[in-house]
Design a protein around this ligand. Structure first.
Ligand code: BG6
Length: 481
C-alpha cells in the first residue's frame, strides 16, 4: 500500500532505539512509498531541542544506519520531523503536544490517524497512556494506535498493572506490543514451512519429533546496557518474549485460517498448556550461568553499571513441555546467553529414528537458521559412496546474499504491519500473561536459592551444568558451538 496517512508521536525520540532502528525503518518505508507526503513525526524527550536540530539528528541516523542513501531524499524525509520537549508526567505538556499534533495534522493531511510509539523506559508507559486519554490526545477521528516496546512489565504483577493502565486508554485491538523477533523473515517462515509441505506437516507431531531446540546465542556481552540488564537478566530479556514467541509458533496446532485472530488463538492454546514448574522442577530443568571473563575480556561483574557481586544470569537453558498441540510432551530445550561462542539464532527439530536396520544412525534434523544466516538445513541419512555404510547428508537451502541484502529489517516489517493494522506479528496480552506466569516461578526459585549462577567461559556455549536439562534422555544439543 502507498502513501499511508499517519502522524507519529515517538516518545523517546532522542534515544538510541529511535536513532538506530525506528528512523531507519521509517526512512525505508518512505523510500518505498508506503509513507509519502501525508506523514509527520513528533519526537519527544525531555531535552530542549529545536526542530532543526532534531531533523539533523534524524538525517544523521539515516546516513549512519542505512546503506546507499540519496542525500536529497534524506533531507526531504527529515522535513516530516518535529520536536517537542516533553515531561511525561506534566499534564500541560500533553496539551501543548496536542496543539502541535493538530497543527501538523492539518499541514500534512494525516486524516486523524495517530500512532503513539513508546520507545522509552517502561516505567512511564502507564503514565503516558493515561495522559493521552485524559488530555484528549486519543480522538474519535481516524485510528489511535499505541505501540509499546519490550519489556512489557517486569513480572506478572507489574505487567497486569501496566496492561490495566493501557487498557483504560486504548482498546486491546489498538495496542501493538513489539517483539522484534516476530519481524524476522525466517521466524515468519516457520509457519510457511511447516504448514505447506507434506514433508514437514506429516511429521510435525510427537510421534515423529524427539525434541525441539531453540538457541538464541549472542557473542556480544551486555555492552553499554549493564544498568538495564541488572534489572532483567537473560530470562526476562530473551526467554519471556523471543523464545516463547518462537516456541509457540513451532508447538501450536494448525491455525484454522491465517488470520491474526486464528493464529493468536492457536498460539494461546499451546501456551496455556505449558507445564508450570515447582521449585524442584526449576532446579532440575533450568540452569543459569554468568560469563566469567578472561585475560582480554571483562566478566559480567566487571561490566559498567553492574554490581561486582551481581547474581544476574547472562545465560539460561531449560526444558519446556507443552501439554497440548501436535508436539505435546516433546521436550523443547531452550537456551540463550551473552558472550557465547558465536551469534546464532536457530531452531533444530530432531526426529526420532525410524528403523533399526543399520547399526549407525544419525538423527534426522530440520534446522531453521534465523540469524545471521537465513537458512534451512535438513540432515538426512544416506549411503556412503562406494560403501554400504550409512552416512549423514545435508540438504541445504539458503537465500542468496543479494536476497538477504533486500530483506527488510525486522522493524521496517513491523512498522508496515501496524501501519496497515495487521496484528499478526505483535504480542497479545494473554501471551504476555501466561509467559510471565511461567517466568515468575523460575525467578522466585532462583531468588530463594543460595547458589549463584554457574560461571562459564567467554566464548563457550554456557556452563557445563547445562547437560542437566537432558536428564533421563539420550538427547544432546545439535548446535555445539
Ligand atoms: C533484545 C535484547 O530484545 O534482543 C538484547 O534486549 C539482545 O539483549 C537483542 O541483544 C538481540 O536481538 P537480535 O535481533 O540481535 O538477535
Amino acid at each position: 500500500k502507498k502513501n499511508l496517512p499517519v502522524l507519529f508521536v515517538i516518545f523517546g525520540g532522542s534515544g538510541d532505539l529511535a536513532h538506530r532502528k525506528l528512523y531507519p525503518a521509517l526512512f525505508n518505508l518512505f523510500r518505498k512509498g508506503a509513507l509519502q507526503e501525508n506523514f509527520a513525526v513528533v519526537g519527544t524527550a525531555r531535552r530542549p531541542w529545536s526542530d532543526d536540530y532534531f531533523q539533523e539528528t534524524v538525517q544523521q541516523a539515516i546516513v549512519e544506519n542505512v546503506n546507499a542513501v540519496d542525500r536529497d531524499l534524506v533531507d526531504q524525509f527529515s522535513r516530516h520531523f518535529f520536536y517537542q520537549s516533553h515531561d511525561v508526567t506534566d499534564e500541560n505538556h500533553y496539551i501543548e503536544l496536542n496543539n502541535k499534533i493538530e497543527q501538523l495534522e492539518s499541514q500534512f493531511k494525516t486524516q486523524g490517524n495517530r500512532t503513539f510509539y513508546l520507545a522509552m523506559s517502561p516505567q512511564f508507559f502507564g503514565t503516558i497512556s493515561q495522559h493521552l486519554k485524559a488530555q484528549n490526545l486519543v480522538t474519535d477521528t481516524g485510528y489511535n494506535r499505541l505501540v509499546v516496546e519490550k519489556p512489557f512489565g517486569h513480572d506478572l504483577e507489574s505487567a497486569k498493572v501496566l496492561n490495566q493502565q493501557i487498557g483504560d486508554s486504548f482498546a486491546e485491538k489498538d495496542v501493538y506490543r513489539i517483539d522484534h523477533y516476530l519481524g524476522k523473515q525466517m521466524i515468519q517462515n516457520i509457519m510457511y514451512l511447516r504448514l505447506t509441505n507434506p514433508l514437514f506437516d506429516s511429521i510435525w507431531d510427537s510421534e515423529h519429533i524427539q525434541n525441539v531446540q531453540v538457541t538464541l546465542a549472542e557473542s556480544l556481552g551486555v555492552e553499554n546496557r549493564g544498568g538495564y540488564y541488572e534489572t532483567a537478566g537473560a530470562l526476562r530479556d530473551m526467554v519471556q518474549n523471543h523464545i516463547f514467541q518462537i516456541a509457540s509458533q513451532v508447538a501450536m496446532k494448525k491455525p484454522v485460517s491465517l488470520t491474526s485472530t486464528d493464529i493468536h488463538q492457536a498460539k494461546q492454546e499451546v501456551l496455556n498448556s505449558i507445564q508450570m514448574y515447582d521449585a524442584d522442577d526449576v532446579n532440575r530443568f533450568f540452569v543459569r550461568g554468568q560469563y566469567a571473563g578472561n585475560d582480554s575480556e571483562n566478566s559480567y561483574r566487571e561490566e559498567e553499571q553492574v554490581s561486582p557481586e551481581s547474581t544476574v544470569e547472562t545465560f539460561v537453558a531449560g526444558k519446556l513441555l507443552f501439554k497440548a498441540g501436535p508436539l505435546q510432551n516433546v521436550p523443547f530445550y531452550i537456551r540463550t546467553g551473552k558472550k557465547l561462542a558465536q551469534k546464532t539464532t536457530r531452531v533444530d527439530l530432531v526426529l526420532k529414528s525410524s528403523h533399526d536396520l543399520f547399526e549407525q544412525n544419525q538423527d534426522n534434523v530440520i534446522s531453521i537458521e534465523i540469524d545471521p544466516e537465513n537458512k534451512l538445513t535438513v540432515t538426512l541419512n544416506g549411503k556412503q559412496l562406494s560403501q554400504t555404510d550409512l552416512s549423514s547428508l545435508q540438504m541445504k537451502f539458503a537465500y542468496t546474499k543479494d536476497e538477504v541484502a533486500q530483506i527488510p529489517d525486522a522493524y521496517e516489517k513491523l512498522f508496515y504491519d501496524f501501519l496497515i493494522g495487521d496484528r499478526t506479528n505483535f504480542v497479545h496480552w494473554h501471551e504476555v500473561k501466561t509467559t510471565w506466569d511461567f517466568i515468575d516461578r523460575i525467578e522466585k526459585t532462583w531468588q530463594e536459592d543460595a547458589q549463584p549462577p554457574f560461571a562459564y567461559q567467554n566464548g563457550s556455549m554456557g556452563p557445563n551444568e547445562v547437560s542437566r536439562i537432558f536428564e533421563g534422555t539420550t538427547d544432546s544439543w545439535v548446535f555445539k558451538g
